[in-house]
Ligand binder design. Structure first.
Ligand code: MG
Length: 162
């Protein structure tokens, strides 16, 4: 019988002036010049996917593998970290069936960048772009995302045993 596992992930980072805004590995421009604060490149989309993958196999969370106080991960390209997490999944004899995500951001408009995000994430995961869902929504100006205090992301990942 086919063995399946599902995992879910969530992340949020603060928006600050003077920081780059990188989502799904793509450098974006916020109209007020805001970017995401964090120890690594603060790519919330990729972080949520990593947590979903780890969660599916009960392997803990990204803080365990890439501690925010470890200078090794300062400014780290999150896509490189994602590649490592996919490696952990593969080592244990599992493959990714698909991932799906939703990014919650008031601005900038993400729609023009979704295809590039999906392609970049899929390439690092050894998947086809149609296995990587990236959706974007505003928060209707409600809550921290709505006030542009931060950008959050939710992700789910489905794995199958090889
Ligand atoms: Mg994070």
């Amino acid at each position: 019988m086919q063995q399946l596992r599902i995992g879910n992930g969530y992340d949020i980072h603060r928006l600050l002036a003077g920081r780059p805004l990188i989502l799904g590995g793509q450098p974006l421009q916020h109209p007020e010049g805001l970017g995401l604060d964090g120890h690594s490149d603060a790519d919330v989309l990729v972080h949520a996917i990593m947590d979903a993958l780890l969660g599916a196999l009960s392997l803990g969370d990204i803080g365990l593998y890439f501690p925010p106080d470890d200078p090794q991960w300062k400014g780290a390209d999150s896509l490189v970290l994602l590649e490592q997490v996919v490696g952990l999944v593969r080592q244990r004899g599992w493959s990714v069936v698909n991932v799906d995500t939703v990014v919650v951001a008031e601005r900038p408009k993400l729609k023009p960048h979704i295809a590039a995000m999906r392609a970049a994430i899929a390439a690092r995961m050894g998947l086809e772009p149609d296995q990587v869902g990236v959706k974007a929504t505003t928060n209707e100006r409600l809550g921290p995302e709505g006030r542009e205090e931060g950008i959050s992301c939710q992700a789910v990942a489905l794995l199958q045993k090889d």
